[in-house]
Write a protein that binds this ligand. Structure first.
Ligand code: NDP
Length: 355
């Protein structure tokens, strides 16, 4: 079977490609330029013609995915604008602050998210022969409303972020713009699917990852080229100086990137995943947990860092929200890597990269 993966060069996308190839699928991965495809071709050259790169320059253009979607049996759509590079104008690296303060132009986030998603579904509509399932990557950002204390489930939508960008426009925080883009894109996907359900042979499944961390196998040259979730994790675990309030009161749910990739593939394979939104939380964390975990690993997976930041160990912390994790286990049978495993493998990976 052949699977189309959009955003194949991203942090999550490349793991989806790798797991699909390991499981024996043929994969067509889309990237935005020939150049971005080179690293993928090199990474997966041992798979010969089972892997091909397909350039889709602009996912917003009408018919952008028409050719790419021809002849595939399934589609996994991960591509979307995510805040990536995080150097402050003053040259100091503060990705969290930078992320929250940046005035990214709202349409730049929302149009590719929404129109890219509808676009790939429109192209899917034209594939009337082989296609069986489309899996779209959403985000807990499309589910969780900030400041609401409850256990969020697939019945929840983050309409708060959408309201914020409607009310505040360009002045809305970048994080709200990203979350709104994910809410609007996922809603658009379901609307499109419901409208066309009668005439299509494929169905839709949506994977809703929380924070994704783990070993990095995509094309990163240095710490500054990491995607936002991994850059934040790196900064927390290896760079001293985060505030007590941030480390001990902020957090969310996490999933290892390898499990996130597996979740997409299981959502593609399992009949029962059709028509479902599936949240995939491995567990909850406050940021301090990652420092504590990193410091207790013996032997240290990152011996080049003789000491690791301690943060504020022993400060009791408790998040006042959570996620219903039952569906991913019931429908996908998903098994999760622990914080220890994620931390060990990720630090070993950083050690190899010389970071
Ligand atoms: P990356 O930034 O590593 O990957 C994003 C991918 O989308 C890249 O392939 C990127 O291509 C592509 N992309 C970005 N903007 C555009 C655009 N305007 N047009 C076409 N393609 C574009 O991030 P992740 O791997 O983390 O994100 C993958 C998916 O997972 C996204 O849908 C994201 O919302 C979701 N997600 C991620 C979480 C996380 O913690 N990392 C948590 C929850 C959901 P290029 O390299 O050319 O920019």
């Amino acid at each position: 079977d052949k699977v189309l993966v959009s955003g194949a060069n991203g942090f999550i996308g490349i793991w989806v490609v790798r797991r699909l190839l390991e499981k024996g699928y043929r994969v067509r991965g889309t990237v935005r330029s020939t150049d971005k495809g080179k690293f993928l071709e090199e990474s997966f050259k041992s798979y010969g013609d089972k892997f091909e790169v397909f350039v889709v320059e602009d996912i917003v253009k009408a018919g952008a995915f028409d050719e790419a979607a021809k002849g595939v049996d399934a589609i996994v759509h991960t591509a979307t604008p995510v805040h990536t590079h995080a150097i402050s104008p003053d040259g100091k690296n503060n990705p969290i602050k930078q992320y929250l303060m940046s005035k990214s132009y709202t349409p730049e986030m929302i149009i590719p998210a929404v129109n890219g998603t509808i676009g790939i579904l429109k192209s899917a509509l034209k594939n009337r022969n082989s296609l069986k399932r489309v899996v779209v990557t959403s985000s807990c950002g499309a589910v969780l409303e900030v400041g609401v204390d409850k256990v969020f489930s697939d019945a929840d939508w983050n309409d708060q972020a959408v309201r914020e960008i409607k009310e505040q426009g360009e002045n809305a925080p970048a994080s709200s713009k990203y979350r709104a883009s994910k809410t609007l894109a996922e809603k658009a996907a379901w609307e499109f699917y419901e409208k066309n359900k009668a005439e299509i042979k494929w169905d839709l499944a949506v994977i809703i990852p929380p924070h994704v961390f783990g070993p990095v196998i995509h094309d990163v040259t240095d710490v500054d080229s990491l995607n936002i979730s991994m850059r934040t994790w790196y900064d927390v675990v290896l760079v001293d100086g985060k505030s007590k309030d941030f480390l001990t009161t902020q957090g969310s749910a996490y999933i290892d990137v390898r499990d996130a990739a597996e979740a997409h593939i299981l959502a593609m394979e399992k009949e029962a995943a059709g028509g479902e939104r599936i949240i995939t939380p491995a567990g909850m964390f406050v940021w301090q947990d990652w420092l504590d975990t990193a410091r207790t690993l013996v032997p240290s997976p990152i011996p080049s860092h003789a000491t690791l930041p301690a943060g504020y160990p022993g400060v009791p912390s408790k998040l006042t929200f959570g996620y219903d994790a039952s569906k991913a286990i019931r429908i996908l049978g998903l098994k999760y890597r622990s914080k220890e495993q994620l931390t060990r493998d990720t630090l070993a990976d950083f050690e190899k990269l010389g970071w």
